[in-house]
Design a protein around this ligand. Sequence first.
Ligand SMILES: [Zn+2]
Length: 953
Amino acid sequence: MSFGRRRIWLIVLVFVSGILCSAIDAQTPAKKALSDDPEFARVVKEWTTRPEFISPLVDHLPKVQGVPSPKDVLGHYIGEPKKLTYYNDILKYYRALAAATPRVKLVSIGKSNEGRDLVVVFVGSDESIRNLEQYRTYLGQLADPRSTTAEQAAQIIAKAKPLYHLSGGLHSGEVGPSEMLMELVYRLATEDSPIIRQIRDNVIVSVTPVADPDGRDRNVDWYYRYGINETEGRTTGAGVPYWGKYVFHDDNRDINYSQVEMRSLLDWYFQYHPPIMHDLHQAQTLLYTFSGQAPQNPNLDPILYGELPMMANFEMAQFAKYGMPGVWTHGFVDMWSPGYLAFMSSNHNGMIRMYEIQGFSGANTQKMRLGNPNAAGGRGGRAGAPGADDAAAAAAGRGSQSQREWYRPWPATGEFDWSLRNNTNYGETGVITALQYTSQFPKVILENFYVKSRNSVDTGRKETVAGYVIPAGQRDMTRVERVVNLLRMQGIEIGRATAEVKLQEGTFPAGSFIVKRDQPYSRLAKTLLEKQVYPDPNLRTYDDASWTMGLMSQTDVREIADKKILDLAVDPVKEKEIHLAGRTTGDGSTFAVAHNGSNNMVTLRYQLKDLKVQAAEKEFKQGDAVFPAGSFVVSGDAARVKRAVEALGLTAVALPSAPQVPLHDLDLPRVAMYSTWGNTQDVGWVRYAFDKFEVPYDLIYKERVRKGDLKGAYDVIVIPNQGGSGKRLVFDIEPRGQPIEYKKSDKFQNLGGYGESDDITGGMGLEGVAEFDKFVKAGGVLVTLGSASFFPAEFGLAPRVDAARTSAQFYAPGPIIDADILQPEHPIFYGYDKKTIPVRYASGPLLSVQTGGNPFEGPPPAGPPPTPQSVLMRYPGGDEHVLSGLMRGANEVRNRAAIVDQPSGKGRVILFAGNPCYRWQNFGEFNLLFNTLLNFNDIKTPPERPASSTAGQ
Ligand SMILES: [Zn+2]
């Protein structure tokens, strides 16, 4: 820990003088310069709805010959009512600015899903930008304390500058920050006030102008199509059906960086190592600054938990000093889940920061009515249109934002108009203040970054958990490959054991993957691989309570306490992505491909779609090789089969003759995925998985369902988790008295992506329900996931199935729990070799199935209920079956059905209480869905038992 006492004193002296300077600066944060643009000051004052909604930091803007301001390129000042900027114009602005001043530089970091350029914009002093490469190198050296001694670190810190990264537009409906950042970058490049000069000299600022540019353009189109005409009491009542290609808010929950926009930023991160990453959201009143409240991830450095409130409190105090109300900290988002985008930094020994600034999804000025904290009860209402984040906050019972609290000493109250410029003023004042703090203490930020990195290596050496082994020789190495690659993507060092490994925990074969904890990202490795032990069941968390990678992927990952692991000889995995090739042995024209649970089996089937592929219904052996039930028997084009099997990491053996077990043809189903217009995100995650595993499908909406003859077009229809209830799935967005179309037009090129509608409101209605019922009765397979499983139960498509809800006390934010497989012969379980498997609990319905008799008759007779054959999987329930995270009231799910296969007419409904395809995380469950697709017409109706009773509760 010793950083050298003398050095610390020196640094303290620097701080003290910094604080004194700061005190003086604060009196005159930004002296009005003669060169300021008078028109800017005039309109900004006009657009700011109250005098207290602006600070002296942002009420003026310099005019500099030869350096374009946002208005020079965009034609309007930032924050003008009813003006939002398309992504291309945002890029145009930054490019023009970068071309005009040596203080701004733009780098490309990739392409979005829809092909838009992803960029990072740097701004700093001429010197900082000229020597950016050198500063980048310094940060890289501080990030790895194994190759940088404390002595060297001190020398580097003396020369280095912190890089402070800001992101706007992660959530496309949160439009303000992407506008504001243009003005900020211009101001940082051009203004000569003491604060800005100090920031420019001491800090390098980098900016993601729009983290989800595809969603930005779609949302801006939607605003100009509908939002711009909205007035109080007359709203569209519906948001644009899509932001990015697949997800909405979940780009801020993408723990495995599946989305290309998030992954590109992560790749950039490892080039520059910004010690601070700050996401700019807009959902709270008037500005919430994240301070990392409980529950907190205890793996992270205590330094971080000091830094977070320190900066947040500085901001809160500065705002108060400028006379701006409504700024608060603490009581909103916690430090438990590591999946928020800016966690990229704290997961790698830096600092996550986050704002929620008051705003709307468009640029109209709107009336806000806040509660009066002095009124009876003392709790006011919430302002603004509730977004998903808001809804989560409300659901989590977080209090009113007009209430005074210790962490909200000056709440905003009463009624007022809120404008886009107010949003700009708050956001820009906050960010400049955060940068002011950073510029005041640049060496502390850097020193902390270095020490946190060093502590991460040290704690890995000292703590009980010394590392992890992912054994070689697992049944399905494709999921091992995925886990290794996800860890590598996050910069975690992994080696392969050069020989057999003997540790207290066991003996592991040569080639096993070894994660040693004496590395800079040892804390992240632990966070991702350990079982989450939730610190306090009475605390709510903003997102998931668990994410344990080994359980989620059903891959064997061993926690190792034996310190010998740190000295094991390993071959470091140098590649960013490994590929474990599969194996084919023997020659012949018929191959057996073992189904060991790889999600690549479904890809193989589709890659060989023109070949005859059958599934073995029982296990068989070929030489030493065991082929579990569900293994493929493939005939024809041996070279192609071999190539595909090996590329997909699977195992195949040529057969001298057909195996002596029953086989069925794996016919390819015609698949549709049903989406409401109101909830496309969880559908998006399933679409993403299907796209990645090359499963073709039609994405259909109410329009197609109402047309009828679903069975004529499809064999399987999947309804992903959405809606929250059967009723909401059926009736979806409430009609608004006029159609709301979602269509591409000459004017609105970004609308109509992924589906079109003349009117997105109204849902499929009862008409649609009848069509789904016909589909099933005519032989279709309807698969419902998570909350979509309320639909067949509540609307009679699966009349024997009941769907109930948990009690108000029950609380289970995505824990991983046990599930018991009751019908192991069912094709849905091909590739699973255990009777009990870990699954993610998804807060879907509590399913139960009535057996025998008329399902509409009275209560069942007393006595222990038999488990109906149609219950394929069941939650044993109880605390002892919670494997990771939190499930408060775990008895409520005891013996509830997890998967039900309910025949109906010639078809069937397969209901999942959980979500087997969740956010690119629970890879171990994906096969439940893929097996259903591949075996859609070979699922045998389970015999009904004669007893009349209710079971599976
Ligand atoms: Zn947001």
